[in-house]
Design a protein around this ligand. Structure first.
Ligand code: PMP
Ligand code: GLU
Length: 389
């Protein structure tokens, strides 16, 4: 009864583990969850007020599929002002979260037999979307020794005549790695003269630490601008995970138009109230709140890295952005799924096994939670690891 295609699709491991932790908590178990990639902060008031105003003004009807003219302008202005990339309104599509942006993109460009290059560790969703489109993922492995970043040579070696797209995620979920301008330029050089698209997932753009600078892939050169689809949203930077707002931009109007068609036959426009709220999320009104969250994430990151690196048997590279630590457990386990199950059972601590991100020998720890819980959780992880030595 089920289609072949749907039978290839797995559930999102990050969502599964977060739900499992939630269920255990609801049963009264003492569970600390570091599984979800979700800020613990509340959505800034200005965004909430814009939504309330939208309701009061009766902005409760269908809009254009891509989004209202005011929202498309807010996205275009944001990309120009903050990333120095120019898009017209008909080069932008807004979606029900950046996950939906990615879904539309993969459906629109990946055919059976096409290859999509994905650097690992990767966010769990990409290979599933490739499978669902009938394509093949070509994984480039990286590890903590290379700072979890691919090199130009690795990219060159992965390209075949079937390569359709490269997925870049900077800052990365799950490693927090951020590509420098020079590193992006080196990758851009390899892509020159090919027809390869780049899906640049910039969800964690605002969350960079120390002197790390975020550079938008499409801003690297005219050549990269032409081949890149920029994907972003407000879930992480503005603590708006539940609002479901994401967007994508590409100079290729035909590509945007076919994704608009797809969306017109599936979800239509995104929630009209969210659209009004997103304008305020994008236009700079909440800059102070976003920066305050970034500062808090950075402080937690610094402390958590130190605590983990004091645990005999574990090690972690300090991330340059996002809100995850990708902790190396190779000294104590070669089965991250088992490690995470046992940790949850023994200490009530939920983290996500590295194997789900295409990298065995690690787990992902989200520090998007308060510092007291982080301290308590890492202490429990230490107790657990001591039993393995
Ligand atoms: N990209 C990355 C790298 C992510 O971690 C996530 C997870 N939230 C998304 C996209 C999707 O975000 P959302 O659909 O909530 O906008
Ligand atoms: N992206 C977040 C994460 O990696 C949320 C869960 C999901 O969408 O898969 O945890």
């Amino acid at each position: 009864m089920l289609s072949q295609r749907i039978q290839t699709l797995s559930a999102s491991l990050t969502i599964e583990i977060a739900s499992l932790a939630r269920d255990l908590k609801a049963q009264g178990k003492d569970v600390l969850s570091f599984s979800a990639g979700e800020p613990d902060f509340d959505t800034p008031d200005a965004v909430k007020n814009a939504a309330k105003k939208a309701l009061d003004e009766g902005k409760t009807k269908y809009t254009a599929v891509a989004g209202t003219p005011a929202l498309l302008k807010a996205v275009a202005d944001k990309l120009q002002r903050e990333n120095n990339i120019t898009y017209a309104p008909n080069q932008i599509l807004t979606n029900n979260g950046a996950k939906h942006s990615l879904f539309n993109l993969f459906q629109a460009v990946v055919d059976v037999g096409d290859e999509v290059i994905i650097p690992a560790p990767y966010w769990v969703t990409y290979p599933e979307l490739v499978k669902y489109s009938g394509g093949t993922s070509v994984i480039i492995d990286t590890d903590d020794n290379s700072g979890f970043k691919i090199t130009a040579q690795q990219l060159k070696d992965a390209i075949t005549p079937k390569t359709k797209m490269l997925v870049l995620t900077s800052p990365s979920n799950p490693t927090g790695a951020v590509y420098t301008k020079e590193e992006l330029e080196a990758l851009a050089e390899v892509l020159k003269g090919t027809n390869i698209l780049v899906a640049s997932d910039e969800m964690y753009e605002k969350l960079v630490f120390g002197d790390t600078k975020f550079v938008a892939t499409a801003s690297i050169s005219e050549d990269m601008y032409q081949r890149t689809v920029t994907i972003n949203g407000l879930s992480k930077s503005a603590a708006m995970t539940g609002w479901r707002f994401g967007y994508m931009a590409s100079p290729n109007k035909e590509l945007i138009a076919v994704m608009d068609n797809l969306q017109s036959q599936s979800t239509s426009n995104i929630n009209s109230i969210t659209q009004e709220a997103a304008i305020v999320g994008l236009d700079g009104t909440i800059n102070k709140e976003v920066e305050a969250m970034r500062v808090a994430f950075e402080a937690r990151c610094n402390e958590a890295v130190e605590l983990f690196n004091n645990i005999d048997g574990l090690s972690v590279v300090k991330p340059s952005g996002a809100f995850y630590l990708f902790v190396n457990i190779k000294e104590v386990s070669n089965d991250s799924m088992q490690f995470c199950k046992d940790l949850l059972e023994a200490q009530g601590v939920a983290v996500v096994p590295g194997v789900g991100f295409g990298a065995e020998g690690y787990f992902r720890f989200s520090f998007a939670t308060d510092i007291e819980t982080i301290r308590k959780g890492i202490k429990r992880i230490k107790t657990f690891v001591q039993t393995l030595k």
